[in-house]
Every structure is written in structure tokens, then in C-alpha cells.
Ligand binder design. Structure first.
Ligand SMILES: [Zn+2]
Length: 115
């Protein structure tokens, strides 16, 4: 999962297609309109046998504010490799609290960083 996120950040569309299950994989994949990702938060993950799920939130910059993409992704394991199946996504505007971790990914508190 983390490697897929890294691929999004780096714009590695070929890698994303290679780890996408062939039953749900898009014909073409363009990352040119991707936002400027800053932070990945794994909210929950679960595995039962050869199926797994990851609930994550990815944060990006929008002008002087922040947006987020949240997804509950489902994965399946075939011949020892994990493939992305599909996910339910939601997007919105992020309103970080003063004491929250800064959405820029610095590891500092928001009030001591980008606020
Ligand atoms: Zn910051």
C-alpha cells in the first residue's frame, strides 16, 4: 500500500498499473492532474487470508490550504503478491487543529509549522 502511495507521489503510472488487479485495472492511467501530496496517514488496516483492506487518508496542498483524499482500499493476494482491487473514496477540505501534526509532513505540530 505504501509503495503504491509512493508511486502516486512519484508519478509511476506503470507501477500502479502493474499492482492493480486485472479485473479492475483501468485501460490507461494518467497522473498528470495529481495533486501535490504531502502526507499519508494509515487509519486502519485489516487482513484475512488472501484479502486485505487499508483505510488511509492522503493530504495535499490546495493554494494556501489543504485537501484530503480518503479511501478504503481492498486488496487481494494471488501467488504471493498483493493487488489493488478497488476502493471507496471521499475527498474534502482539511481543517487541521492547532495541535494536530502539520499536514505538510514535517512531523511538527501545525501551530509550530505552517499555521
Ligand atoms: Zn508544516
Amino acid at each position: 500500500m505504501r509503495s503504491r502511495y509512493a508511486a502516486f507521489v512519484l508519478g509511476l503510472a506503470d507501477y500502479l498499473r502493474a499492482t492493480w488487479h486485472d479485473s479492475t485495472r483501468p485501460e490507461t492511467l494518467s497522473l498528470e492532474d495529481s495533486p501535490d501530496w504531502t502526507l499519508l496517514q494509515i487509519l486502519n488496516s485489516d487482513q484475512t487470508g488472501d484479502t486485505g483492506s487499508v483505510h488511509f487518508r492522503a493530504i495535499y496542498r490546495v493554494g494556501s490550504g489543504w485537501g484530503f483524499l480518503e479511501e478504503n482500499s481492498r486488496f487481494v493476494r494471488e501467488q504471493g503478491r498483493w493487488y489493488y482491487l478497488q476502493g471507496e473514496t471521499s475527498e474534502g477540505q482539511l481543517k487541521p487543529g492547532r495541535n494536530d501534526p502539520c499536514p505538510c509532513g514535517s512531523g511538527r505540530k501545525y501551530k509550530a509549522c505552517c499555521l
